[in-house]
Design a protein around this ligand. Structure first.
Ligand SMILES: C[S@@+](CC[C@H](N)C(=O)[O-])C[C@H]1O[C@@H](n2cnc3c(N)ncnc32)[C@H](O)[C@@H]1O
Length: 353
């Protein structure tokens, strides 16, 4: 995969260049923590993404980059044995850690108890994807990469109000997430995220900083939910629309919307009943990433009238021409432009959900 060229400094160099903007943990605090290395006390479960981040300099850098203040309530998803947790506890007021594996929960509790920091920590044992999170001002986590997309959707569309989410993610996913319109990497995931947030690439982290060493490298990303000026769209409609637009992201919109199969699919959708979708319900149905064709559920309609279908096709062509987007490519245009096109389609009775 081609990675866009950016001024990205590897974690190891960055650590020596940057002054921490929070007070660093004192040596004595670190001396009293358990070692960050993995002692193999139980077998790790790879399908659950159990790769322990063991490089103390990278762990310190993540906390520094998260810009925590002493008033922060941190949400950590997947604390594992607590290498990141103990540092978060040193910098924030409170940490809520959500962990699915009972063995990790026990190890974490014991470690934090030995440090005398239990009063600052709430551990919730459970699946982060199946619970309502308590209040948090910021999320900092080295998450299991298998839940990256649904977890980010849950954070951003689940009616939580938080300042930032600083997440360690699989490198390729991080680069796709933070791509901008015009980048070769720009894609549906990035467009959907940019609707409600800004995502910034912070630093790369080598796979060698984990135990056991995973197959992939990682990158740290900071996501900032937009506080104002969110483009007003029906989210479900937007998701259906970006799925269509990015189904062939390097073709022109004119070519995408001319495909017979696409016209027929949209015709069926536009004939079927629609439901508006509020943010709260949205997190359960959201799929930010997939941009394949034909993955959406089939809409039931008994018969397609060829005359009606022909008029519908004409309408699509007219809308694209009116808005002037026939020759534009979805990977190169902003969300403002996309939403303008979506509005024009909806006004003419063309719907995407
Ligand atoms: C990549 S490890 C990170 C461990 C630790 N944060 C570190 O940096 O060393 C991911 C952790 O998430 C946990 N986990 C996996 N799926 C989870 C889920 N659905 N909900 C909560 N925790 C989960 C795993 O058990 C594991 O401890």
């Amino acid at each position: 995969m081609k990675i866009p060229v950016r001024l990205l400094i590897p974690a190891s160099k960055l650590l020596s260049l940057h002054k921490p903007h929070i007070k660093p943990l004192s040596q004595s605090f670190l001396l009293h923590t358990s070692p960050d290395s993995w002692d193999r006390r139980f077998p790790l479960h790879r399908p659950r993404g159990q790769h322990i981040l063991t490089n103390p300099r990278v762990l310190d850098a993540i906390v520094r980059k998260a810009g925590l203040g002493s008033d922060d309530s941190v949400l950590e998803v997947g604390p594992g044995t607590g290498n990141l947790t103990v540092r978060l506890l040193g910098a924030a007021r409170h940490v809520t850690a959500v962990e699915i594996d009972e063995r990790m929960v026990e190890a974490l509790k014991e470690r934090v108890e030995n440090l005398g920091l239990s009063h600052k920590l709430t551990v919730i044992r459970g699946d982060a994807m199946k619970m309502q999170f308590p209040y948090f001002s910021t999320c900092v986590a080295n998450i299991p990469y298998g839940i990256s997309s649904p977890l980010i959707a849950k954070l951003l569309f689940g009616q939580y109000h938080f300042r930032t989410a600083t997440l360690l993610l699989q490198k390729e996913f991080a680069y796709r997430l933070t791509a901008l319109p015009g980048d070769s990497e720009y894609n549906r995931l990035a467009a959907n995220i940019r609707l409600v947030a800004e995502a910034e690439l912070i630093m790369d982290v080598s796979k060698r900083d984990f135990a056991p060493v995973p197959k992939v490298d990682s990158s740290l990303v900071t996501i900032r939910p937009r506080s104002g000026s969110i483009i007003p769209v029906d989210l479900k409609e937007w998701l259906g629309f970006t799925r269509v637009c990015f189904s062939k992201k390097n073709k022109t919109l004119g070519a995408i919307f001319k495909q017979k199969r696409m016209v027929l699919e949209l015709f069926k959708r536009s004939k079927s009943e629609k439901k508006n979708c509020m943010n709260g319900e949205f997190e359960n149905i959201v799929d930010l990433e997939s941009d394949g064709e034909g993955e959406s559920e089939e809409k039931e309609i008994k018969q397609v009238n060829p005359h009606e279908l022909g008029l519908f096709k004409e309408t699509i062509g007219k809308v694209l021409e009116k808005v002037g987007f026939n020759e534009k490519r979805p990977s190169k245009i902003t969300n403002e432009d996309l939403s303008c096109l979506l509005r024009a389609f909806n006004q003419e009775g063309v719907f995407f959900q």
